[in-house]
Write a protein that binds this ligand. Structure first.
Ligand SMILES: [Zn+2]
Length: 54
C-alpha cells in the first residue's frame, strides 16, 4: 500500500504559479489604472518575469 501521495513537483509549481499571478495582476492593474507610474512598474515586472513585450 502506498501512503505517500507524490504530486508533480509542488516546490516548482508554487513559485511558478505565484509569479504568473503577480505578472497577470500587474498587467491588469496597469490596464485599469492607466497611470504612467503603474505602467512603468508593470512594464518592468513584465521584463523581469520574461513576458513578451516589445
Ligand atoms: Zn518592454
Amino acid at each position: 500500500m502506498n501512503t505517500t501521495t507524490q504530486t508533480a513537483a509542488p516546490s516548482l509549481l508554487a513559485p511558478a504559479f505565484a509569479m504568473a499571478l503577480i505578472g497577470l495582476s500587474a498587467m491588469f492593474v496597469a490596464g485599469v489604472a492607466q497611470s504612467a507610474t503603474m505602467h512603468d512598474a508593470a512594464h518592468d515586472m513584465r521584463h523581469a518575469t520574461g513576458f513578451p513585450c516589445h
